[in-house]
Unconditional design. Structure first.
Length: 568
């Protein structure tokens, strides 16, 4: 009875708007009773009624938002809520998570039991978003196919990894299982360490020799954690193994070396590592950075920008010229913010070139140049070449000196969109840093469009976080406003089997400012960073501290973590 009532509601709405001819409604209703498929699918497949017309009509009739899934970025779909059984059962797809609300795309607005099941299964409250039946099916098939192709790292054994390619251009005798029989335990041990790092979501691995000990640490969610202490007698053999994998000179132990490892886990899954060696008093310290290409494909909605900050960034990306600067310390997520912007801009009609040191993630359709100062290829040299190659968009990995800054600003003033980074603590300090480099104030004021200062804070684990009671006077001292106190619910980390110390993953905290006429005048008159920061506050832009407090108030991170990353 319930299904017939839903079908009747849908048919009534579609008949009212002439999507289904009124003279055929009764026959369709009678015929559908014999079917074993959802009503919307029946209309589209058996009666050949336009899926687009059905979606538009039901969106107006039932008052739900309509999403176009034809160009939807499937990387936005949260992995933790991809329950294939539920998706197939209800022909419904969780498309993104905003705070504690999971948005589920469906073609049938009357299927409330689907929302209830997703809510029960995920623990999030759910909201319905209408989608075209055909594009929804295509999107579901694409995502579930990706999931079936994805490799489960937990299924790989360290010894099995011995037969898998380490590098694309390796020689026949240079594979991950190569070497003498006496080195086989070292090979398996290194493999295990690499797999553990991938499983735990580490960003960096540190292999550190000391006089009487040797330790291995992972950087997980920005924090270094010791994971192993092998015998110090193995230090040289482990270093040699890692250098062989990276195609470095194993006989050279006196100078630093840089290399890469491409660890092919299967035909469709590979992980890149950037390797750096450093001679120390007691041996070579080796640091490996895991280069995760999927982080560049997250989509801007997954990075943590507030709606107004996202709009400023998107508006700047839509401009044909100008300069977008992203600033923050090493490891604050600047590269991901830039790559996300480049992915948005990466279309067939645009010529995009980047100068990077090093190129961390390969992006299809973008001309990426690896800076090589020893060979004479510098940031200024690469930029000059870009400007002779008809560019639309230029990305400079980092503005380090006056020469690079002047060429980048020249490009921004002559009809190009320029994206780059600097190492400063705030947006206002970025402007004064350019001035201190020697860039004329009128060039800074006329070329810089927006500045994004950012940090990465650890996300609270949604499985174990607990509400934290903090006295009102302490909240006021932390920076919350009196009118916010009644609406604030703060949480603290606890720790469980699903996370690391109560945290799992990271989220961006941003200060995004657009250079207004008033701010430009302050730059022209030589105002300091404090004056510029005060003007940004008057214009309503949140600084890093205020943005962090908003994330804490939403339950995304803890107040303790906000204090850690905003230096308060």
């Amino acid at each position: 009875m319930k299904g017939l009532h839903q079908q009747s509601s849908l048919l009534s709405a579609l008949t009212k708007h002439n999507v289904v001819p009124s003279d055929k409604a009764e026959a369709i209703s009678a015929d559908f009773i014999q079917q074993k498929k959802p009503f919307i699918r029946y209309l589209v497949e058996d009666k050949e009624i336009s899926a687009e017309d059905i979606a538009n009509t039901l969106a107006r009739s039932f008052g739900y938002p309509l999403i176009d899934l034809n160009n939807f970025d499937t990387s936005l779909v949260p992995e933790g809520v991809r329950n294939e059984k539920l998706i197939r059962k209800h022909n419904a797809l969780p498309i993104f998570l905003r705070g504690k609300v999971l948005f589920v795309a469906m073609s049938d607005p009357t299927s409330h039991e689907a929302l209830e099941e997703f809510q029960f299964n995920t623990g999030f409250s759910t909201e319905l978003v209408l989608a075209n039946e055909k594009s929804l099916n295509t999107c579901i098939d694409k995502i579930l196919e990706q999931d079936s192709d994805a490799l489960d790292i937990s299924d790989i054994d360290a010894e099995e990894l011995s037969g898998i390619d380490v590098q694309e251009d390796r020689q026949e005798d240079d594979n991950i299982g190569g070497g003498d029989k006496e080195d086989a335990p070292i090979v398996v041990y290194i493999n295990k360490i690499l797999l553990d790092a991938i499983r735990k979501g580490a960003s960096d691995l540190h292999f550190e020799p000391y006089e009487k000990s040797y330790r291995i640490r992972f950087r997980i969610d920005g924090i270094l954690t010791e994971v192993a202490k092998p015998p110090v007698s193995l230090a040289s053999r482990m270093a040699a193994r890692l250098k062989v994998m990276s195609k470095l000179d194993i006989a050279e132990r006196r100078v630093p070396q840089d290399g890469r490892i491409k660890l092919a886990l299967s035909k469709k899954k590979s992980i890149d590592f950037r390797v750096s060696t450093l001679p120390t008093m007691w041996g070579e310290k080796i640091v490996m950075r895991i280069l995760d290409s999927s982080s560049a494909m997250l989509g801007i909605d997954m990075l943590g920008y507030a709606p107004d900050q996202k709009k400023i960034y998107m508006d700047a990306l839509a401009q044909p010229q100008g300069m977008i600067l992203v600033t923050g310390p090493t490891g604050s997520g600047k590269t991901v913010s830039l790559y996300t912007g480049l992915n948005i801009l990466n279309t067939e009609e645009r010529n995009i070139s980047t100068a990077e040191d090093p190129v961390e993630i390969n992006l299809e359709g973008i001309n990426q140049v690896q800076i090589n100062t020893r060979a004479g290829l510098t940031f200024p040299g690469a930029l000059r070449s870009f400007l002779r190659q008809d560019p639309d968009i230029v990305m400079v990995g980092e503005i380090r000196d006056l020469e690079t800054a002047e060429i980048a600003i020249k490009a921004a003033q002559t009809g190009h969109l320029v994206l780059s980074t600097l190492h400063t603590n705030s947006a206002a300090e970025t402007l004064t840093r350019l001035l201190n480099m020697g860039v004329p104030s009128y060039n800074v004021a006329s070329s810089v469009t927006i500045i994004i200062a950012q940090r990465l804070a650890r996300r609270l684990c949604i499985q174990c976080k607990e509400e934290e009671k903090i006295p009102e006077n302490e909240l006021l001292a932390q920076g919350f406003l009196p009118e916010q106190l009644s609406e604030i619910t703060l949480f603290k980390p606890v720790g469980c089997d699903m996370c690391t110390g109560g945290y799992k993953g990271r989220v961006g905290i941003y200060e995004v400012i657009k250079i207004s006429e008033v701010t430009a005048n302050l730059i022209m008159t030589g105002s300091n960073s404090l004056d510029i920061a005060a003007q940004c506050q008057r214009e309503g832009y949140n600084n890093l501290r205020q943005s962090g407090l908003e994330k804490a108030a939403l339950g995304v991170t803890s107040l303790e973590e906000v204090n850690r990353v905003t230096n308060s």
